[in-house]
Structures are given as C-alpha cells and as structure tokens.
Design a binder for this molecule. Structure first.
Ligand SMILES: [Zn+2]
Length: 134
C-alpha cells in the first residue's frame, strides 16, 4: 500500500518534473536551431511524446535518467527513502515507456530517445538528431 500523502507526493512529483524540464528545453532549442518544426506533447499519441514531427512521423523523447531508469550512473541512483514507493513508481514508468514505444511503432512512428546524460556532448547529440530526422 502506497503510504505517501497527497501533499508529499505532489512535492516529490514537482521536484522530479522540474528536474526533467531542463533537458527537454536543451533538446528543443537544439532541434529548433537545426531548423525543424515540431509540436510538443501531442496528446493523441501514446505517451504524449515530447517532440512530435508529424510529416516525418517521428517523435523524440527526452528522458530523465533516474525517472526513466536509464542504465547509467545517474539512472542507477537509489532513492534513500520510500524505497517501496519509488521502486513501484519507477518500474511503472519503465513499463509504460516500453508499452508506448511499441504502440507508436505499430502506428508507423519512429522514436528517438535522448537521455539526460547525453546532453553534455552537443556535437554527438546534433549528429544523432540530424541523422534521425533527415
Ligand atoms: Zn543516463
């Protein structure tokens, strides 16, 4: 049973969400600079992908490593408290990501996942994004 109070939960969620906002902005600016136009968080698509390129039928997800359980140092960080809550929550996130990726693929959409820890290397990131979108 989840014992986090609603107030506590919203505090945790808002902290995590603001952590996720930074990386997404970095990617948005980069893609924008490359001259591509996109929509944000299209609710009609599974998982509301962060950047949506309708004509190309492509989406980019920007994932926080901890929040989406990347296999990297940041993603492997262990919450020091409320382990049951976090373990369940993070496992659900991961399962949801996988399910959404499958649905998108079945609908003919291609996905690119950009992880928070990949944002440091702008050149490599630019190459990946250009290759994916061109
Ligand atoms: Zn990572």
């Amino acid at each position: 049973v989840d014992k986090v109070t609603p107030a506590e939960r919203s505090r945790i969620m808002s902290r995590v969400r603001s952590e996720d906002t930074g990386p997404e902005m970095v990617v948005r600016k980069l893609v924008h600079r490359l001259g591509y136009r996109f929509r944000l968080h299209d609710r009609k698509l599974p998982g509301q992908p962060d950047l949506v390129f309708r004509v190309r039928r492509k989406v980019i997800h920007v994932h926080g490593c901890f929040w989406h359980q990347h296999a990297c140092a940041r993603g492997n960080r262990q919450p020091s408290s409320r382990r049951t809550y976090w373990d369940a929550k993070l496992a659900r996130n991961k399962a949801r990501d996988a399910a959404n990726a499958e649905k998108l693929a079945a609908m003919g959409w291609q996905s690119l996942v950009i992880w928070e820890c990949e944002l440091g290397d702008t050149e490599a990131l630019t190459r990946r994004v250009e290759k994916f979108l061109s």
